[in-house]
Design a protein around this ligand. Structure first.
Ligand code: CDP
Length: 227
């Protein structure tokens, strides 16, 4: 049986950075499930479909075939054969994804896809409901979090590095809104699984957080893995 590591937590907690580098050290595949939700939101948005129109979303989903490709360890998300990895990262898509992700039909559509991916190889999978819903029997479950101000600061630095305009208060507001939407939805809300280890990265840099994650994985999986 492949090993599965579930990392859940709110926006900007550092999940993707930490999961990606930990996976590369261990030779696991890093699966960013947020990208799959973003891709569904992008496909609906491009077709002019909003989350209020459930029938249209359902119909659209029947026409979508998501695919993950791992090229030199980097995940690419394809929808109906088209690589949308870059186009899903705009602030507009970030803002609408939570509303699509709250829809039971969207979550149901993506559940089997995520489970199949984890069945094929050793994975570190990050998201909001991986430890609670997608992989309830994951070998290791980590709930990664940090104070909202610290998460907003990291997001701002990320955008700044990409040369994008940064208004700190806007970023903090968007993060708080997304947390609220993700935690309060009735289907698969963001919450710590009972058997997950809580890791607060507020005062940890990326390397220290990555080391803590690797140490947890080794502790739970013992001699089976190296890295
Ligand atoms: O990377 P970032 O924290 O900005 O977000 P993301 O992981 O790309 O996820 C974008 C949105 O997708 C989240 O705010 C959630 O609403 C939704 N999502 C989800 O509901 N379940 C997941 N497993 C992953 C993402």
């Amino acid at each position: 049986m492949p090993i599965s590591v579930a990392i859940d937590g709110p926006a900007g907690a550092g999940k993707s950075t930490i999961a990606r580098s930990a996976a590369s050290r261990l030779g696991f595949i890093y699966v960013d499930t947020g990208a799959i939700y973003r891709a569904c939101a992008l496909a609906c948005t491009q077709a002019g479909i909003t989350p209020e129109n459930e029938a249209a979303v359902r119909e659209k989903l029947t026409q979508l075939t998501p695919e993950l490709r791992f090229i030199e360890g980097v995940q690419h998300i394809l929808i109906n054969g088209e690589d949308v990895s870059d186009r899903i990262r705009t602030p507009e898509i970030s803002a609408v994804t939570s509303a699509f992700a709250a829809m039971p039909c969207v979550r149901e559509f993506l559940l089997g896809f995520q489970r199949d991916t984890a069945q094929r190889q050793n994975v570190i999978m990050d998201g909001r409901d991986i430890g609670t819903v997608v992989l309830p029997h994951a070998d290791v479950k980590i709930f990664l979090t940090a104070a909202p101000e610290e998460r907003a600061r990291r997001r701002a630095a990320e955008l700044e590095a990409k040369g994008q305009p940064v208004v700190f208060d806007e970023i903090l507001r968007a993060i708080n809104e997304r947390d609220k939407a993700d935690m309060s939805r009735s289907t698969a809300p963001l919450r710590q699984a009972e058997d997950a280890v809580l890791l607060d990265t507020s005062s940890l840099d990326a390397k220290a957080a990555e080391d803590a994650v690797i140490a947890l994985i080794k502790e739970k999986c013992g001699g089976e893995i190296c890295g």
